[in-house]
Every structure is written in C-alpha cells, then in structure tokens.
Unconditional design. Structure first.
Length: 635
C-alpha cells in the first residue's frame, strides 16, 4: 500500500514541470510513511511513497525496474494471488529477485501486456513505464478501491494517487461547475469528474495507455449483470448460500496474507461480523477494533461488537469517544481532504483508523456488503414502493401532513416523519428519478437557487445531464431492484464509501482490505435474484441466512446504524460561529461569488428552526466546500 505519482512531458515546456516531482511525491507521505523513491528518465518521472506490507525488505522498494532496465513500475495496492501468478511465471522460466507482489505484477505485464489485468485478484492503481517504447500504462482495480487522478494537456500528462499531489505540479486550478453542481446534490463528486477542470479520475475497471500526446482509455471489467440470465437461474437458495460461504471464505483467506500485524474493523453489524468470524479461522490472534459513542447511546453498537469478539476469541479494543473527542478531530479530517467531500462519517472512519494504526498496519472491513446485497433502508423503501400496497399508498396520501410536520434526524419521531416524507415523495417519481432523489440531499432546482448568477453562467447544463444520464444508465423500463444495487456500485460505493475509507485510512498509514469486494463475490451477487437479497422482513437476506449458524443471535432483527456523528447538534452549537461568522457569513459568500447569499441565509434559518429536515447535511456540504475553497483557492 502506497502513494504513486508521475509525469510524462511531451515537450520542453512540459519538462519544466518535472522539477515538482519530489514535492508531489512528498505530498503522499501519509499514504506511505515507510519509504520514498523517485525515477527520472529524459521526459518521464515517477515517484513513490511506501507503506510496507508484503516483503518489507529493501527489495520491495519502488520505483522498481526489471532486470533489463526497460520497464519501471510504481504500484499502490495488493495482489492477493501473487504467489500463484509467480509460480505460473516461474514455470515459464521467469526469474525473481524479491518476494513481493510488485515484481510479480511487473513481470506479468511484461509477458502479457494489458491482459494481465484479468488475472489479478486484489485492489490496485499502478503505472508502468516502457523506456524503449516511451509509453506509460496505467490501471485501476475493478471496484475502484484505490484512487488514481490524472491531468492532461498539450505539454504533459501527470498522474497521482491524490489531488494534493497532482496540484503540487503547479497545474491550473479552475473550478468545474458541472462537478460543483453534482457535489451540491450528492455531497461528493463522482468519477471521472473532479472539482477542477482538466483533472480526471480514472474509473474503476479502466486502464489508460499514454504514448507521446495520445491517450487511449479502455475498460477491462464491468459488473456482469444480465436480468434475463438471473431470471433463468434455477439454482436453489440453499445452493446459493453454500456458494456465498465458499466465496467469502476464500476471499478472507487471501486477504489474511501479510508480513505485518493484521486486524479487523468490527462495528457489530452483520458484514463486519461475517468477516471477523471467517478471519478468526486463520489466526488465533486476530485483533479487532470498534468505536463507541459515550454521548450517543442510540448509535453505540459496541455491545454487539463485544458479543462477536467474545464468540470468536479476538483481541478486542473499543475506542470509546465523547462528542468532544469527535469534534477535536474535525479540522484534521478537513485538512486532509483535497477535494470537496462531505460524507460526515469520514470523521469517524478517520478516528477509527488513527487508533487502529497504533496496533496494526492492515485491517479487514465489511464494506460493500450493503451495496451488493441490499442493506440500506433506501433499498427497503424502494422494494415497498415497487411492490405497492395499502401502507405505501397511505403514506403517500398523507404527503401534505408529512410536509407540514417537523422533520429531523435528531429525534426518533421526527426522523420517522422525515422517512415517511421521503417515501411519499419518491413514490410519485419514476424509478430512475427516485433513485437520484434518494441518493442526494437536494434536487436540481434547489441547487440552482443556491448558485450565484455568475456560477450559473459558467454551468453547462448539457454536460451535467450527460453525466447524470451516465450514472442512471442501468435503469430500464421493466427493471428490478438489482438495477438500483448496480447503480449503487458505480455511484455510492465507488465515489463515496470507498473514497472515504481509502482517504481516511491512508491518512493514517493504514491499509484496509475489503473481502466482500473480491470480484468473484461481486459477480456472484449479481447472478442472484432480488428475492435472495431482500424482502419486506429482511435486508441482506442471503448474507444473514448463510452465516446465521455461526453469528450471535443478538445481531439479528435489530435496526441498522451507520458511522453516524452528531452533525445536527454540531452545526447548531459547536460549528455555529464558523457558520455565522466565517465560512458561511454574508461577507465570505459575497466575496466568493459562487453562492447566492439569500439562499445561504435561508438554509441557515432552516437549520436553527424546529423543522431542519436534512438541511444540516447541506450546510455541512457548504462548510466543507468553503473550508476547501479557502485553503486551495483563496490562498
């Protein structure tokens, strides 16, 4: 696990930017605190920061060359089947000088070119320079677990694991207003777009080939979902359960390979508990880690995590936090973010990663289970809308009442009214429009009101509609809930959940591995009918049923909680001065000229009203953006 960067200068002008390679490499120091290396050759420069996990010796250092010196690789990630791949290559006469997966990946590419990607089990972002052909080949893993950003103009091609490293090359910084428009709806910016014009994110399952001034992008993997094949699958549910258990056992086993201490996140939910249960079979000293909330008992799940830890004999550590502890880490979290990203649970992941990294360098997590197997409340809401019935019709008929009543995430009944209101509104929309609405915190008209006239003049609505249409491309006229899950994989998982975990774990030099996102598990999940995943009584049905015999019974039949933080309280109390007197003050907004002062005022008034709804999430999105803007644009 590491950070990578590089530059390919197309001419003399582009070569002037190579002087920034060392600075760009050092911007990745938190991702790779164990080592540093650079490579220079005429018009190409590569940089690497190392977090040593497999083969911690100097033989695993990067940038790494092959014996001939023709090929050079910088690699971020882990190839879990590298030993099998190494043996296959050795049987063909290929020799090795190290015990690391980086050398195996390099030799595999040398012998098989881009075809090597189909053989890799793991997660990665890498670049390989061919000194003879003067080309660079880049690729990103199937699910987008590891990030890869790039910038391209007539003089140069630059890439990096993080935006802050890319900006260290002193490239132009111009806000992309289509990306801002989507950010104000979603609170994050989906690939391939970024907050800056000219900076792109390589999408999951894609590769990029650079030769001179030409860039060729290709796709080597897409999730294989075919509704007709799923419908024709007559395999029994019990057989599917056996298959899931087998796939997860193998996925976890592969991810236990490490030359450094390894542990697991344990939230007390089903997914992380499954991972811990399986991981405990391969070691008698599994370290597990949980966060507890002293001041927020409703969101504290440590009692469930403790049950799992006790059952499987793990060495369990609970980090019990107060709201003050959470708030004390707020600005450290915001300072690491180099593109507006307003999933507030990133704060909890940052704290969990920081504490966990004091004990281990690798942690397993249960990420991906909800998107694959329908684990969110919105999935249950979608199912109920599609199936209809008296209850849904009644909730929809009472829409005027829900609109009038106070709605908030901060109290049980107010939150229930908020959910009824969202369900009633969503039931009036098409599946495609409902999905978009439920993924975000604001609709297009609300965002347009929020933007200044200057911002709207810079916004190309046709580009935004193309972007939105691409996200919603999986929806068909007679589709089912699997289309929602397929869209979640592309949008929510790849651009929110995985970004959050990578960013916050790597900020603390911690590698996180995700067994549910082994591509064979993913392929299997999308071969299943909706009925195997969810019904009116149970979410993630096949996951819960497959592992029911080994997990504590107390984990079943309880409400799902995420990594919640007391955001509504903070925006009303601790963050009030920052909102009123600094980042969302009239003066700041007027000088910035991006947002409509009157609309920002209205949102602030709603925040402090008895009916805040989800406005605190929108306020948080604005705070994060303006904190970023003050750091990266005003300075």
């Amino acid at each position: 696990m590491c950070g990578i960067t590089g530059i390919y200068a197309f001419n003399q002008i582009g070569s002037f930017y190579m002087v920034n390679l060392a600075k760009a490499t050092d911007k990745l120091s938190q991702r790779g605190p164990d080592g540093r290396g650079t490579f220079l050759d005429d018009f190409v420069g590569l940089g690497h920061r190392r977090l040593s996990i497999i083969d911690t010796s100097s033989q695993g250092s990067q940038p790494m060359k092959d014996e001939s010196g023709r090929y050079v690789i910088v690699f971020n990630g882990e190839i879990f089947n590298f030993k099998e791949l190494r043996k296959k290559l050795a049987d063909k006469g290929v020799s090795f000088t190290s015990e690391c997966d980086t050398e195996v990946l390099l030799k595999l590419y040398i012998h098989e070119g881009k075809g090597c990607l189909h053989q890799l089990v793991g997660f990665f972002a890498f670049a390989i320079y061919d000194k003879q052909e003067k080309t660079i080949f880049l690729a990103r893993d199937r699910m987008g677990i590891k990030p890869l950003h790039y910038f391209y103009d007539e003089d140069k091609f630059i890439f990096s694991s993080e935006m802050k490293s890319l900006l260290a090359y002193n490239i132009p910084k111009e806000i992309d207003y289509e990306s801002l428009y989507s950010y104000l709806q979603l609170n994050y910016i989906p690939a391939p777009y970024s907050i800056f014009k000219g900076i792109h994110k390589l999408e999951p399952g894609h590769y990029l080939f650079v030769k001179k001034k030409k860039l060729d992008t290709g796709i080597y993997y897409t999730i294989p979902y075919d509704r007709e094949k799923v419908a024709a699958n007559d395999t029994s549910y019990d057989t599917h359960k056996e298959k899931l258990i087998s796939l997860m056992e193998e996925s976890v086993r592969l991810r236990m390979v490490s030359d450094v201490p390894l542990g697991a996140f344990l939230s007390g939910g089903i997914d992380s508990s499954v991972v811990v249960a399986l991981a405990s079979r391969y070691t008698d000293k599994l370290n597990t880690f949980s966060i507890g909330y002293k001041d927020e008992s409703f969101f504290d799940e440590t009692s469930y995590a403790n049950l799992v830890a006790k059952k499987f004999g793990t060495q369990h550590t609970v980090f019990s936090l107060t709201n003050d502890d959470l708030f004390d880490h707020l600005f450290a979290t915001l300072d690491y973010i180099d593109e507006p990203f307003a999933d507030s649970s990133a704060l909890a992941v940052n704290i969990l990663s920081r504490h966990t990294a004091k004990h281990v360098k690798v942690a397993l997590s249960g990420d991906g289970g909800d998107e694959l197997f329908a684990g969110y409340n919105k999935h249950l809401g979608e199912l109920r809308v599609r199936e209809g019935g008296f209850a849904v019709n009644m909730v929809t008929m009472l829409a005027p009442l829900w609109k009038m009543l106070p709605k908030s995430r901060g109290a049980f009944f107010a939150n229930r009214i908020r959910q009824f209101h969202r369900l009633a509104e969503g039931n009036k929309l098409s599946a495609k429009d409902r999905y978009w609405k439920w993924c975000g915190f604001a609709n297009e008209s609300e965002v347009s009101l929020l933007l200044s006239e200057k911002s709207k003049a810079n916004l190309r609505y046709s580009e935004y509609e193309f972007f939105k249409g691409n996200i919603l491309k999986h929806f068909t006229a007679n589709g089912d809930l699997n289309e929602v899950l397929r869209s979640d994989m592309d949008l929510v998982l790849a651009n929110d959940m995985l970004v959050k975990v990578d960013m916050m774990s790597m900020a603390n030099g911690l590698e996180v591995r995700v067994p549910f996102l082994d591509h064979r598990v993913v392929d299997f999940a999308f071969s299943l009918p909706v009925s195997s995943k969810i019904n009116r009584k149970i979410k993630k049905r096949i996951v819960q049923d497959s592992f029911r015999e080994i997990l504590p019974e107390e984990l079943y039949g309880r409400p799902k909680h995420g990594f919640e933080i007391p955001l509504l309280k903070w925006t009303r109390r601790e963050l009030k001065s920052l909102i009123q007197d600094d980042l969302l003050s009239d003066k700041f907004i007027e000088e910035q000229q991006i947002f409509n002062v009157k609309e920002v005022k209205r949102l602030k008034q709603k925040l402090y009203s008895s009916d805040p709804g989800d406005v605190h999430a929108r306020i948080w999105g604005l705070l994060v953006f303006n904190y970023w803007h003050k750091k990266y644009m005003k300075n």
